[in-house]
Structures are given as structure tokens and as C-alpha cells.
Design a binder for this molecule. Structure first.
Ligand SMILES: *Cc1c(COP(=O)(O)O)cnc(C)c1O
Length: 229
């Protein structure tokens, strides 16, 4: 694995791996753990509590289905994959019910792939309407009492050459700067980069990277990187 600057948070992605991998990650010092399915996460979170693994920050990194929103709000500390205003509203409502605050990232789709979740910001630099549209959702989510809007997340396409994703990382960074120039208080976190390309993402300003296979080796069950919870 390439070295990672200390300011960058590594979210160790344990999806599809058994619980002992969570323990292993914990004992190696990882405190941010990412899962993309609510049911699988629940088991691991309960195990972690039983085994008194204290201080884990659980990240939901997959699309949250409507019927899973309540559970997601209860189980996770962060939802990195808020991909619609509707989900933001429901998470806020559930978090309020639970008396907790949820850290959230707004997931954006910069590649325009139709199969991908996220606010559609493909080509935003030449499309002021898309940006304005997104601003509405940003203002809305920032006004929610039980959400802390920490910044942006993106999931770039799978590429055999990680360099091919550099423009996407640059675009997310520029998007973040543009938003923050216009909306003071919008979070500066940038979650971008996975095992295939994290060093490129870090060079382009990632503050969080989500790593599964680079830490734990091949995933036992090969599933799509496009999460569907
Ligand atoms: C699985 C997954 C990752 C991690 O993928 P690796 O290739 O194992 O690093 C990162 N982000 C999301 C949204 C994922 O679903």
C-alpha cells in the first residue's frame, strides 16, 4: 500500500468480510469503518458492542433504501451516501426522533453514469443550472437540525488506469471550492478514492478515502462497487 498522509481519514471498508476483519482493523488502529448494507452492518455493529470495541465511527457508504432509512439513522454515525433531498429529510427526521446528530456527505455523480447514485453534477462546470439545482438541496440539508453536512462524496467509475479518474477528483475538489465560496459553512470534507485509485485522490485533495481490498485483500464475495444496500 502507498503511504497515506496523516491528515487523511481512512474509512476501512469491511463489507462482505466477516466480523473478525472488523476486529483486525480495529486492533490495527482503524476507527472509521464503512459498510454498504444496513443488515450486514447491524450484525457487525452489535458484535463490536459485545466485544467492547470502543470508539468505532461507522460509515454508511451505500445507497440507503427508503425502508432502511430508520435503521441506518440508528446504526450509523456517518451517512456518506446521501443522494437525494428526500433521503436527507428522512434521515433528519429519524435522527431527531433518536435525539442524535448524523454526519452526512452529499454524494455526487460526476461521470453521468446512469447506473450510479448521487446528485447529478456531471458537466456542472458548463451547466450553471445543475449547480443552482444542487444549491437548493444543499441549503435544505444544511437547514436540518439533526444533520451535520460535512462535505461531498463521489464514487468514480471503475478504471484500469487510476490516472483516468484524476479529472473526476479534480472536478469534485473544484465543486467543493465553488460551493464553499458561495455557501459559507458548507463542510470541506471530500470523500473520494478507493483501493484502485486512492493515491491519485489524495494528490487531488481527498480528506477521506474508502479502502477495502487495499487493506484486507480480495473480497470474499465479489460484488458491484455500485452499492445498492
Ligand atoms: C466497496 C466500496 C468501496 C471500497 O472498495 P475497495 O475497492 O475495496 O477499496 C468504497 N466506496 C464504496 C461506495 C464502496 O461500495
Amino acid at each position: 500500500m502507498q503511504s497515506i498522509p496523516t491528515g487523511v481519514t481512512v474509512v476501512a471498508v469491511t463489507k462482505t468480510f466477516p466480523f473478525n476483519i472488523v476486529e483486525e482493523a480495529y486492533h490495527s488502529g482503524f476507527r472509521h469503518i464503512g459498510e454498504n448494507r444496513v443488515e450486514e452492518a447491524r450484525e457487525k455493529i452489535e458484535h463490536a458492542q459485545k466485544n467492547t470495541l470502543k470508539g468505532i465511527v461507522w460509515h454508511m457508504i451505500g445507497h440507503v433504501q427508503s425502508r432502511k432509512i430508520r435503521d441506518a439513522a440508528a446504526l450509523f454515525d456517518w451517512v456518506d451516501s446521501v443522494d437525494s433531498s428526500r433521503i436527507a429529510r428522512k434521515l433528519d427526521e429519524e435522527a431527531g426522533r433518536l435525539g442524535k446528530k448524523l454526519h452526512v456527505l452529499l454524494e455526487v455523480n460526476l461521470s453521468g453514469e446512469a447506473t450510479k447514485y448521487g446528485f447529478d453534477l456531471a458537466g456542472w462546470e458548463n451547466n450553471p443550472e445543475k449547480l443552482q439545482h444542487f444549491h437548493v438541496s444543499i441549503h435544505e440539508s444544511m437547514s436540518m437540525k439533526h444533520l451535520i453536512v460535512e462535505g461531498l462524496m463521489t464514487m468514480p467509475p471503475y478504471m484500469t488506469d487510476p490516472e483516468d479518474n484524476r479529472p473526476i477528483f479534480q472536478s469534485l475538489k473544484r465543486l467543493s471550492k465553488t460551493i464553499r465560496a458561495q455557501i459559507p459553512g458548507f463542510g470541506a470534507e471530500l470523500s473520494m478514492g478507493t483501493s484502485q485509485d486512492y493515491w491519485v485522490a489524495v494528490e487531488e485533495g481527498a480528506t477521506q478515502i474508502r479502502l477495502g481490498e487495499a487493506i484486507f485483500g480480495r473480497r470474499p464475495k465479489k460484488i458491484s462497487n455500485c452499492p445498492n444496500s
